[in-house]
Design a protein around this ligand. Sequence first.
Ligand code: NAD
Length: 487
Amino acid sequence: MTLDAAPIDYADPDLHAKGLWIGGRWLSGRGIPVTDPSTGQTLAEVADAGLAEAQAAIDAAEAAAAGWRATPHRQRSEILRRMFIRMTEEAEALARLISLENGKALSDARGEVAYAAEFFRWYAEEATRIPGEFRRTPSGSHNILVDHEPIGISLLITPWNFPAAMATRKIGPALAAGCTVILKPASETPLTAYAMARLAEEAGVPPGVINVLTTTQPGPVTAAILADPRVRKLSFTGSTGVGRTLLAEAAKTVVSCSMELGGNAPFLVFDDADLSVALDGAMVAKMRNAGEACTAANRFYVQDGIHDAFVAGLASRMAALKVGPGTDPATQCGPMITRKAVQKIDRLVRDAVDRGARIVTGGSPPAADGFYYPPTVLTHVPPDAPIAQEEIFGPVAPVYRFQTEEQALRLANATEYGLAAYVYTTDLTRAFRVSRGIEAGMIGLNRGLMSDPAAPFGGVKQSGLGREGGVTGILEFMEPKYLAIDF
Ligand code: NAD
């Protein structure tokens, strides 16, 4: 057997540390160490792109643009479908790779791969159903024809918390729309992005349609990309702070922006809720990805009559979770992404305790080489404590007591964020009334998980602009063109 015929192990970090993926070629380089959060050890080193490589990526995306735009929708669809198939075939290896570089529990990583691959299947279907419009004007003066065209070269910037899904949620619709892309993944988790570049090549994505670069200078590199008039779209997922900076940068060349930013999700439990359903939902909403999710329940508001039972149930479930390395199949709560992340969580918890909060379970990080924080439940947290205002992004559940629906709504909306919210009640009228009153782009009603490729994902207020997924996600990568017609 020749070496070439040996099966590729997609979970091997070295396989994905070949360099930048530009124009269908690996551009070798080094300079960014990738750390295993379970041990603090370096896993691999990936290339560090500068301005010249950024320019090369734009040139490659430009060279491929006309051909990809002209590729029939059915053909684009079939390539996306093959990407879904390849990701599904390599699901176990990809899950291990995600677990290695991100730290998340293998069960969470498997869930992520399945979710991520679905964006390719969904957009393989949507690619053949791009909407148009034909109408007569109300005055009868002429006809209106609206076509949708690919917006152009798109810069995709993704975070580390879902290294596969945040990339496919952008690549899927962009390619379906007919755009070529430059993906800049987070430096903490670049290996998954490079693994997907390899799978895309195998699925038949032409050179230059997807380009991937990693950099230690995201500010100057993305500013240079956005300053190039050939780049017409920025699709960003990450923190609200970086989102604000990028919106200002994009304003200079009036680049279209889709922004999936931070969250501070309230989780409301009313007296009439089914306790065990609420606890099941709470564990999913809080502990998927060990709390490192933009949709993670950040504040639990629980009505007086059910509060104590909810706290007891949540604390016993949280305390029973097995904390350990992500790649250990028994692990239910993996490490945080970095030591800095642990320190931030620790600071928020200590500050809350200083203000009178009580620790029901967890509450202090172990001394370990990996970046661990234990599942924690807090009560008696003052509503104005920083832990109620900031994204915790970790396995900490502060529980606040409320008396009335009006009070719960006021507390839930007292934040600059508006991404996700959860409501638990068995009263249908209350369910809809409260859902309408909450300022959020997504509501989980008696349900702790809302992410689905077929639904519009996104937030209001400072949680973002635009939606990913669903039937409108593809339009984020298209521009309507209106023809005024007289026959
Ligand atoms: P981050 O904002 O620090 O980084 C996100 C990406 O932006 C990374 O690729 C990073 O390298 C890049 N970046 C950082 N500074 C930059 C700059 N000056 N210019 C250009 N790019 C820059 O976020 P993170 O810590 O990677 O991810 C966690 C955040 O992402 C949380 O706030 C979370 O809520 C948010 N998030 C939101 C969604 C959503 O769909 N709304 C989904 C996942 C994560």
